[in-house]
Write a protein that binds this ligand. Structure first.
Ligand code: ISE
Length: 332
């Protein structure tokens, strides 16, 4: 059986997903590609063998030949499109964040609860990244004892042109919010957000430094710097009572020359997390075949968005903002 995929959004991530699905994942075909820019949709459709092109995402969701949908359109469209997929009974992999508004996430959750089955996977691909997987397995085996702290830094060369307002907190940081709660298997109690005094806060993706407390009392700090200039760089460390687990980026080679050792940085997240995306998309397709959900759920999407929302409030008020989730539905 071939699983026919509808792709909504044919920009940077949409075309990358089309490539991964067509090149690396057996048993699927790209059937329908949608983008507001039909030339862009056509070029992705032609490159990866999709027969149908649309500019209206609802046409993809309604297409009876589409078995499952991958959403990689702009952030503000994610929740409504994900909800439409759930209402159409179609499995959906939605890029992060599920929304920048936690109320919209709750709408998606309500739709999924009504459907009575898990249909939504959120693209928190780091859960599949071999380095984070190793960190989790070492931690779960008790190698460093109970967790005390987690450090994260997340740097991009420059903020994409689509970045506005507080997207360092609402678009980039949700990866960190998700991976730390996944790693520590807990939720957050509060967040405080700081910005260096001399940073131009009008600049899209202006740097932020956040300190979160989990309900178990652990501390999590996150630096997001979307204009770091030198390369794409994500690191982390989980500090336990008897040791620490440091996250290393995969390095293929190291050049030793002129009394130096040189490694290179990727220009953005795609090479760094290429394997994570591949494994995530594979797990998604497998979860549709087996009916067993994989990866981050709509609930996880809501949890990350709720923290981001509290983070934006903290940045504006200068106060520590509590985070209080609604009761978790049994479905999750
Ligand atoms: C981007 O949207 C991503 O998801 C990347 O993984 C992240 O590193 C980047 O900061 C985001 O803007």
């Amino acid at each position: 059986m071939t699983l026919r995929i509808g792709l909504i959004g044919a920009g940077i991530m949409g075309s990358d997903h089309a490539k991964i699905l067509s090149r690396d994942i057996p048993g699927i075909s790209l059937h329908h590609v949608c983008d507001a820019d039909t030339a862009r949709a056509t070029s992705v459709a032609e490159a990866y063998g999709a027969r149908h092109v649309a500019s209206d995402p609802m046409a993809v969701i309604a297409d009876s030949a589409v078995d499952a949908v991958l959403i990689a359109s702009p952030d503000h469209t994610h929740a409504a499109l994900t909800k439409a997929c759930v209402e159409a009974g179609k499995p959906v992999l939605c890029e992060k964040p599920l929304s920048q508004d936690s109320a919209e996430c709750l709408d998606v959750i309500a739709a999924e609860v009504k459907a009575g089955r898990r249909l939504v996977q959120i693209g928190f691909m780091r859960r599949f990244d071999p380095a984070y997987v190793e960190m989790k397995s070492a931690f779960d085996q008790g190698s460093v004892g109970p967790a005390l702290m987690m450090h994260h830094f997340h740097r991009n060369v420059s903020a994409p042109p689509s970045f506005t307002g507080q997207m360092a907190i609402t678009n980039s940081a949700p990866h960190e919010f998700d991976i730390a709660r996944f790693m520590l298997d807990t939720e957050y109690a509060s967040i405080s957000v700081f910005r260096p005094d001399f940073a131009d806060s009008n600049k899209a993706g202006a740097p932020v430094f956040m300190v979160l407390k989990t309900i178990a009392g652990q501390l999590v700090n996150v630096e997001v710097n979307n204009n770091a200039a030198y390369g794409y760089d994500v690191r982390g460390e989980l500090v336990g009572e008897t040791g620490s687990i440091f996250l290393r980026s995969p390095i293929a080679s190291e050049l030793n020359t002129n009394l130096q050792s040189i490694t290179t940085y990727p220009a953005d997240w795609r090479p760094r997390f290429a394997e994570a995306y591949r494994l995530q998309n594979m797990a998604w397709v497998k979860s549709i075949e087996t009916g067993k959900p994989a990866g981050a759920s709509a609930w996880d999407g809501y949890a990350a968005t709720l923290v981001a929302e509290a983070g934006v409030r903290s940045l504006k008020s200068g106060e520590t903002v509590p985070v209080a989730l609604v009761a978790k539905p049994k479905l999750y």
